[in-house]
Design a protein around this ligand. Structure first.
Ligand SMILES: [Zn+2]
Ligand SMILES: [Zn+2]
Length: 358
């Protein structure tokens, strides 16, 4: 079957090969025929080595499709069932799961070191234990989450990562209060979802910050009250908050430099919500005086910062009710053979989300 493979960390192009096999099927597993997958920034970060990931590997972790085969002992799923892929399946029994914080369950990462694919010349890993830039993938049954019939595969794929992450940051983690002021730094698919979350929560002002003009324009359509390039943030802070700083600032880039900018744009006592996935060797500097004296809350948000399945259900309910726009998040579509085009669209920032249709 076909899959897009990165041969070595640091390469910037994928090769679409037709000699890849999905391996690992057996008890407790399901085989999924992938129909749609989004290109998330984390895929690019894993390719470049910012996020740890063994190679060669098949990127992609935001996907949806149909169940093609069910292993022994799997209950509650049937062949042909439409599912989205959850890259962080909850074990249900660890302390984090018992607390309802399934986004912190580490069980899914135990599979990350096991290859999901094979080629004639050796084993191939799947990103984050999944790997969705492929026709088929074998995953733990817990990674296959049934979706209602009215949710198309492309929308379900987005809910599998970017939308859940951004919405959850605003709703679960930061708990944006009605009437507050918000700035969102980084307006790709996740940042736009944080903007939609802040709007749902009733934020009075939402400033979108992004160097790419088309993303700033998009942010306004999704509920930002104004949009500025990075060098316009200081002026927006002055105008909107009289220099005090925003009640909430979302860092959706994953770099210490933007996190520091976000920290400075947050008012004393306000909340800096870190959503971007950054590197192991990129350190955020804060001095102990400001940390204490300014009482800014630094709240990281992982995969929506709450129960993952509940977050999916909420995103579907909000989408169905027309309270969030997910269709317009998909600005580009390509077949699997166009995957490098999708990577280029992400790097240049022209795409909010590119959907790869398989
Ligand atoms: Zn668990
Ligand atoms: Zn993602």
């Amino acid at each position: 079957m076909r899959a897009a493979v990165l041969h070595e960390i640091g390469q910037d192009k994928l090769e679409v090969l037709d000699d890849v096999e999905a391996v690992g099927f057996g008890p407790g597993k399901v085989r999924i025929r992938v129909r749609a997958t989004g290109l998330c920034h984390s895929d690019v970060s894993a390719m470049s080595g910012v996020l740890p990931q063994p190679a060669p590997f098949v990127p992609g972790h935001e996907g949806a499709g149909e169940i093609a085969d069910i292993g022994d002992g799997v209950t509650g799923l049937s062949e042909g069932q439409r599912v989205l892929l959850c890259w962080l399946p909850a074990c249900g029994t660890c302390p984090a799961c018992k607390r309802g914080q399934t986004q912190l369950c580490l069980a899914g990462f135990m599979n990350a070191g096991t290859p999901n694919f094979r080629r004639p010349d050796g084993e191939v890993f799947g990103f984050a234990g999944t790997g969705t830039f492929t026709e088929e993938v074998v995953v733990d049954a817990g990674c296959a989450v049934p979706i209602p019939d009215d949710v198309p595969f492309d929308i379900a794929a987005l809910i599998g990562c970017g939308v859940t992450t951004g919405l959850g940051a605003a709703i679960n983690t930061a708990k944006v209060e009605a009437g507050s002021s918000v700035a969102v730094i980084g307006c790709g698919g996740v940042g736009i979802s944080a903007i939609q979350g802040a709007r749902l929560q009733g934020a009075a002002q939402i400033v979108a910050v992004d160097p790419v003009e088309s993303r700033r324009e998009a942010a306004l359509r999704f509920g930002a009250t104004e949009a500025v390039p990075p060098d316009g943030l200081a002026d927006a802070k002055q105008r909107i908050t009289a220099g005090e700083g925003f009640d909430y600032v979302f860092e959706v880039v994953g770099r210490s430099a933007t996190a520091r900018t976000a920290y400075e744009a947050t008012r004393r006592g306000g909340t800096l919500c870190v959503v971007g996935a950054g590197a192991l060797d990129d350190f955020l500097q804060l001095n102990m005086f400001e940390l204490f004296f300014d009482e800014k809350k630094i709240l990281p948000s992982m995969y929506g910062g709450g129960d993952v399945l509940r977050s999916y259900e909420r995103a579907i309910a909000l989408w169905r009710a027309g309270r969030i726009d997910l269709e317009s998040l998909i600005t580009h579509r390509v077949p699997l053979s166009g995957i490098n085009e999708a990577l280029e669209q992400m790097r240049t920032g022209v795409a909010l989300r590119t959907c790869i249709e398989i």
